[in-house]
Structures are given as C-alpha cells and as structure tokens.
Ligand binder design. Structure first.
Ligand SMILES: Nc1ncnc2c1ncn2[C@@H]1O[C@H](COP(=O)(O)OP(=O)(O)OP(=O)(O)O)[C@@H](O)[C@H]1O
Ligand SMILES: [Mg+2]
Length: 270
C-alpha cells in the first residue's frame, strides 16, 4: 500500500514562505509571483491499495511526476507524509532507501530510459546485476521476462534496433525482473502510437491479473486512466480534485475541470 497524507511539495528558494501561503489558501500563480516558488503539490492525500492499479491523471505540469518521485524519495515532501507498506519513507536511512529502490520499487519512464549500449537482455537483467545476482540466475530471469513481454528472439538486439513499443516492453520487463512490490509508471505509453498503446495497456492488464502488483500509474489521458485504473485521482494545479473508481468519475465528475476531461473522452467514438 502507498499512502500520501497531506503532502505539499514546493520547489524554489523559500519553501517555508510559500508553504505559509499555501496554508492560507493562496493560488499557485500568486505564490510564484510573490515568492518565486513553485507549488508542485498541495495537500495531497491518497491511498493506493496493495495489488491494485492507482492512476494519477492530470494536465501537463499538474504535479504527476512530482507525486511519483515522492514515493521512492527521489524528492522529499515539503510537508506531509509518504508511507509505503506502512513505513514512513522519511525514516529510511541511506542504505535502507537504496535497498528499497533496488528491490522493492520498479520504475518505468515515459521515454523508455533504456541503456543504449546494453542489449535487450542486459537491460532487462540490469536490476538483478545491481542486486549482485549471479550471472546464470540473472540471465535465466532476464530471458524469462523478455519472453513474457513478447520479445523472445530479441535478447541480443540493442534498443536503437527496436520500435518504441518494443523499447517500452523492455522497460516494463526491466522493472518487473526485480519482482518489486510496487511499480511506479510515469506516462509509460504516452510516446506510443494509439494502436501500440492499446496493445501495451492490454498487456499490462494481463500481466497485472497474474502479478497483483501495487501500481502507481501516471497519465494525462482519462481514457487510459479508465482502462487501467482500479482507482483514479484527478489532479489539477497540484491538488486532488476527485478520487474514485473510473465509473464514478465518468458518471459523476466532481468539478467542471473533471467534467471537461470526461466530455473529451466521450467525444472519442469507441
Ligand atoms: N526540480 C524542479 N524544480 C523546480 N520546479 C519543478 C521541478 N520539478 C517540477 N517542477 C514544477 O512543478 C510543477 C509540477 O511538475 P511535474 O513535473 O510534477 O508535472 P507533470 O504533471 O509531471 O507534468 P508533465 O505531464 O508535463 O510531465 C511544474 O510547475 C514544474 O515546473
Ligand atoms: Mg511528468
């Protein structure tokens, strides 16, 4: 389970001043103008349940990547608490945090983030190499995951020889190869063509049906959020506007902003 409790994240030279303004309800633009600080997230509370897909959805700049990075403490909250499996991430020592990132949290990036000079198999097995798993064992696990994502036969290919969809399959296999408890996915399919994107969504759902990972998935696309999410949080300007099951959000959008997203999904003939 991933829990955020009243998390605010401010970037800039004087977070304390900006935080005081957030607490009295001042807006993002006003705070930026007066203090030079960016309020990336404000008072975000959410719970991503174990074994489920929780989707964070919102426009560019609304704070989605910031939210994701707080979970494996690539960035620290200005205020509030982030817990994974009941443990306050702020309480982890450097070694514990490294251990957490190596074994317990897999990450998949929007632009694939593969190592260009490593083969498919070497990319997939990278996390195991870092864990100092013996070569034969990591080779076996790497091959297994390469096959699972449908890339059997491409083990010795390099990322530049693969299509975008294939590269993202490598990214997914690399994240899953360490058998993490949680999977953090930052717009993993956004750079793909619509048809390939649908295939990847289907593949993720199929995998998830067998794996039951705790997945935090970021997207700017409500249609994608509705396909993948057990629950969705719609974020605007760093604040959560609505959290619910896809059908709840589609049926009863809580704000005009959410309603506009819902209308744009409905406009797409299915
Ligand atoms: N390291 C940083 N320093 C300063 N400001 C930052 C930093 N990281 C993010 N921001 C700002 O915080 C806000 C949220 O950024 P974030 O990257 O989380 O948005 P996003 O929803 O992921 O956007 P996108 O869909 O474009 O990836 C933006 O206004 C951004 O400019
Ligand atoms: Mg982002």
């Amino acid at each position: 389970m991933i829990e955020l409790a009243d998390v605010t994240k401010i970037f800039g030279p004087g977070p304390a001043d900006a935080l005081a303004m957030v607490r009295v309800g001042r807006g993002k633009d006003e705070i930026l103008e007066q203090t030079g600080n960016v309020v990336a997230l404000r008072g975000v509370s959410l719970t991503a349940e174990a074994g489920k897909v929780f989707v964070v959805m919102g426009l560019s700049g609304c704070g989605k990547s910031t939210l994701l990075r707080l979970v494996n403490r690539l960035i620290e909250p200005t205020s509030g608490t982030v817990r994974v499996g009941g443990i306050d991430m702020a309480s982890l020592s450097r070694d514990e945090l490294q251990e957490f990132r190596r074994r317990r949290a897999g990450m998949v990036f929007q632009r694939f983030g593969l190592f260009p000079h490593r083969t498919v198999l070497e990319n997939v097995a990278y996390g195991l190499e870092i864990q100092e798993v013996a070569p034969a064992a990591r080779d076996a696990t790497g091959r297994e995951w390469t096959r699972t994502v449908g890339l059997e036969g491409y083990e010795t290919a390099y990322p530049s020889e693969l299509s975008g969809g294939m590269q993202q399959r490598v990214g997914l296999a690399r994240a899953l190869a360490i058998d993490p408890e949680i999977l953090l996915m930052d717009e993993p399919f956004s750079a793909l063509d619509p048809l390939i994107r649908r295939e990847m969504q289907d593949q993720l759902l199929k995998l998830q049906a067998g794996l039951g990972k705790t997945i935090l998935f970021v997207t700017h696309d409500l249609a994608e959020a509705a396909i993948l999410g057990d629950r969705i949080a719609v974020v605007r300007d760093g604040a959560v506007e609505q959290i619910g099951k896809p059908e709840d959000i589609l049926r009863a959008p809580a704000t005009e902003h959410v309603a506009a997203f819902v209308a744009s999904v409905r406009a797409i003939p299915s």
